[in-house]
Design a protein around this ligand. Structure first.
Ligand code: MN
Length: 300
């Protein structure tokens, strides 16, 4: 198995440090996981607004929010309004094809002054007809073993299964080790895997190391993954079966061609009913975002 350490591109989103691990360079996906941001941990000043993301659309993907600290309001064009708290997952499904999409806002509630979350996108299999949807998972399988704390956010792992809906086989496991540990994790044949380090550091068996905001990326197959984990480490194991088709990403859209991305941009900017009902932004202070045109050189 070939193992690489990927570094994040970092940016500041409204005072929140965000580390983006995927996509980058030749590394586009881990199974259907196609976008990976680690946001925070951030503490806001008493008068700072926190996360304030206006109405924006998505296509051919699911947004998967894994909350670690703080709270965020979700509101979408299907009419769902949901507060997400730590140890919960929000899963929003945009649906597939050129006639489906969804829009949403994300906003820190008044009185909340922190944010720490992992925000992922899952590319949908575009050879399936999938309707837009939203799900909130307030309780997920959680257990301890040899001083290591696990939360299963999606999929099946070591005999447990999360309730989280999937359209292609995936796994996402949150792992925290208070003391230094050697972990042996079972892997599925033919899947792709990565380890996002949230805090501390993780060493692969060949000595490849990743620290906070770095991603261990595994290429090739193995039955098990051995990780040497430093005391106080926190990471997320992500894996999945590769999608049967390539995906292109632009702005908040996933598609199977550049033409489909252009169509999504035009549809959103012209107020197409493809994206559901207009979200009521009155009293939120939020705006409807404008989709930028894809650049000429966008890669397929
Ligand atoms: Mn979004």
């Amino acid at each position: 198995m070939n193992i690489q350490t990927l570094h994040a591109s970092t940016k500041d989103v409204g005072g929140i440090p965000v580390a983006r691990l995927l996509p980058q360079g030749r590394r586009r996906t881990i199974g259907a996981w196609c976008f990976l941001d680690h946001a925070g941990p951030a503490q806001f000043a008493a008068d700072a607004p926190g996360l304030q993301v206006g109405a924006h659309p998505h296509t051919n993907l699911q947004t998967f929010t894994w909350m670690l600290e703080g709270e965020v309001w979700h509101q979408d064009s299907l009419g769902f309004r949901q507060l997400i708290r730590p140890k919960q997952v929000n899963l929003m499904t945009a649906g597939t094809g050129s006639r489906r999409g969804i829009a949403h806002t994300e906003q820190t509630p008044e009185g909340i002054h922190s944010l720490h979350a992992v925000q992922l996108w899952i590319a949908l299999p575009m050879n399936q007809e999938i309707e837009p949807d939203f799900q909130h998972y307030p309780e997920l399988p959680e257990w301890q073993e040899d001083g290591v704390r696990y939360v299963l956010t999606t999929g099946s792992f070591q005999g447990r299964t999360a309730p989280t809906q999937q359209y292609s086989p995936l796994v996402g496991v949150d792992v925290q080790a208070d003391t230094a540990q050697s972990l042996s994790l079972a892997l599925e044949a033919g899947w792709e895997y990565g380890v996002l380090v949230i805090a501390g550091s993780v060493n692969a068996a060949d000595g490849t190391r990743a620290a906070a905001d770095e991603l261990l990326f595994f290429e090739g197959s193995a039955d098990r993954l051995t990780l040497e984990v430093a005391a106080g480490s926190h990471f997320m194991l992500l894996g999945g079966e590769p999608l049967p088709h390539p995906t292109v990403i632009w702005w908040n859209f996933v598609a199977d061609s550049r033409a489909a991305l252009h169509e999504a941009v035009a549809d959103w900017n012209s107020g197409s009913p493809r994206f559901g009902a207009e979200i009521d932004l009155s009293g939120t202070g939020l705006k409807r975002l404008v989709a930028p045109e894809p650049p000429q050189g966008l890669r397929d």
